[in-house]
Design a protein around this ligand. Structure first.
Ligand code: APR
Length: 265
C-alpha cells in the first residue's frame, strides 16, 4: 500500500495544497454520535421525518426538537486531539506558504473551537439559524422555536436550523470544487462515503491525478478508490498523520502531483 508523503517545503518549488474532508467520525470521540454506525443517529431517528424540507413543513416543532437536542449536545462537547491536530496543520502549512482547505460535513463548531481559522461547512452549521423568508443567517445558541422572530426581517414562523437537509443543495460547492481541482492531496477523515456529493470527491480527485488518503475507523463505502488508507480512531491516527506531513520525507513513488522537487534531490 503506497504511503502518500508530502515532501519537505525546502525540497519543493511549488506551494502544497491539501484538501481535508471531515465527517461525523472526527467528532465521535467528542461525544457527538455518528449517523450510520451501530447505534448511530439514523438508527434511532428517521431522517425522512426529521431532516428534509418536507418534514419541516409537515411538523416544524418535531424538527426543532431534534435539532435543539443536537445543538445542546454540540454546546456540551469539546474538540478532541484530531480537531487540534488539523488546526496545527493549518497553522504550520500557512507558515510555510502552503495551503490547507478544511471542508466538513459536520454541523458542529469543534474545528473552529480547536483553532482552525477557515472551515467550509458544506452541510451548514447548527449554531446558526436561517430565515426561510428573507434568508438572513443569524448566530443561534439557544433552542429554536416556530414562534421565534427572524432577527433580520422580524417575521415569525420562518426560522429554521442553518443546516442542509436531504434533497437540498450543499453550501459553497463552487468554492469546494475549485479547491479540489487545485489540490495536490485529498484526505477524507471520519466519513462513511455514503452521502453525495462529498462521497464523490475521491473519484474526482483520482481522475485528476491527485493523491488520496482515507483515515477512518473502518473501510468506508468507497475505500477502494483511495491510494492510501489508515484505520483507527481519529484522535490517535490524525495527530500521527499530521506529524508525518509536517516532518515531510520525500518518497519518489508517491509524491503528490504538484510537488515538483528542487533539483538537489
Ligand atoms: N474515528 C474515526 N472514524 C470514525 C470514528 C472514530 N472515532 N467513529 C466512527 N468513525 C467512522 C465510521 O466508521 C464511519 O465510516 O466515521 C464514519 C461516520 O459515517 P456516517 O455516520 O455516515 O457520517 P458521515 O459520513 O459524516 O455522514 C455524511 O450524512 O446524515 C448525513 O448530513 C449528514 O453530514 C452527514 C452525512
Amino acid at each position: 500500500m503506497a504511503r502518500v508523503v508530502v515532501p519537505d517545503r525546502a525540497t519543493r518549488e511549488s506551494v502544497m495544497k491539501i484538501l481535508v474532508l471531515t465527517g461525523a467520525g472526527i467528532s465521535a470521540e467528542s461525544g457527538l454520535g455518528t449517523f450510520r454506525d451501530k447505534g448511530g443517529l439514523w438508527s434511532r431517528f428517521d431522517p425522512m421525518k426529521l431532516a428534509t424540507p418536507e418534514a419541516f413543513a409537515k411538523d416544524p416543532e418535531q424538527v426543532h426538537a431534534f435539532y435543539n437536542f443536537r445543538r445542546r449536545n454540540v454546546l456540551d462537547a469539546q474538540p478532541n486531539p484530531a480537531h487540534f491536530a488539523l488546526a496545527r496543520l493549518e497553522a504550520a502549512m500557512a507558515d510555510r506558504g502552503d495551503e490547507l482547505t478544511l471542508v466538513t460535513q459536520n454541523i458542529d463548531d469543534l474545528h473552529e473551537r480547536a483553532g482552525t481559522s477557515r472551515v467550509t461547512h458544506m452541510h451548514g452549521e447548527l449554531l446558526k439559524a436561517r430565515c426561510a423568508h428573507c434568508q438572513a443567517v443569524s448566530p443561534w445558541r439557544q433552542d429554536l422555536a416556530v414562534s421565534d422572530p427572524c432577527p433580520g426581517c422580524i417575521q415569525q414562523g420562518h426560522m429554521r436550523p442553518h443546516v442542509v437537509w436531504f434533497g437540498e443543495i450543499p453550501l459553497a460547492m463552487d468554492a469546494i470544487q475549485s479547491r479540489l481541482r487545485s489540490a495536490d492531496l485529498f484526505v477524507a477523515i471520519g466519513t462513511s462515503g455514503a452521502v453525495y456529493p462529498a462521497a464523490g470527491f475521491v473519484a474526482q480527485a483520482g481522475a485528476l491525478g491527485i493523491a488520496t488518503c482515507e483515515i477512518n475507523l473502518e473501510p468506508s463505502d468507497n475505500t477502494e478508490l483511495f491510494d492510501e488508507r489508515r484505520y483507527g480512531r481519529a484522535s490517535e491516527v490524525v495527530p500521527v498523520w499530521v506529524e508525518e506531513v509536517l516532518a515531510g520525507r520525500p518518497d519518489e513513488s508517491t509524491i503528490p502531483r504538484g510537488a515538483k522537487l528542487r533539483s538537489q534531490l
